[in-house]
Write a protein that binds this ligand. Sequence first.
Ligand code: 5GP
Ligand code: MG
Length: 183
Amino acid sequence: MSEAAAITDRRIEILFSAAEIEAQVHRLATEIAAAMAEDVLLAAILKGSFVFAADLIRALHHAGMRPQIDFMTLASYRAGTTSAGAVDITRDLADRIAGRSVLLIDDILESGRTLAFARDRLFSRGAAQIELCVLLDKRGKRKTDIEADFVGFDCPDRFVVGYGLDYAHYFRELPFIGYLESD
Ligand code: 5GP
Ligand code: MG
């Protein structure tokens, strides 16, 4: 069996279906539209949040928002499936940040190091307001004092994949979120 097949042939147990995700994305958009300025800047952290951000921005449109979107690529060093601590910027936001109301978007909030790093970076570039939105929250795993303002799902302490989230760069295309069966 090839190295790729050894990964992609593993069974995935579904945790959140495509329909459940769609419902939560629409609920989040309604909450965000009620709480933030219409011309918010969405700052999505790549790569993991690209699918979530793509669905959320369209749900926000239906909720009456007229957001802009920009991306920031962060590398958080992980040993296998656990977070090791350091965070680096691979690609920074291009848009003007000073004075803006920003919604930071990530796939998962786990230790909190990634979002804490991104939030500090945006404040240092002069953001007026920063709210945090994550699709999944692993509440028991926090190593920093940070909470999200908008949360899609509470997530069990499993390594999850799909809907933008990867394992060894695979599984981002899955329309649902699941975990590797033997994990
Ligand atoms: P934190 O910095 O909060 O510890 O970790 C957040 C980042 O770790 C997320 O942006 C995500 O990229 C990654 N991460 C945390 N848990 C998981 C998981 O269960 N699956 C995947 N694919 N990535 C995860
Ligand atoms: Mg990430």
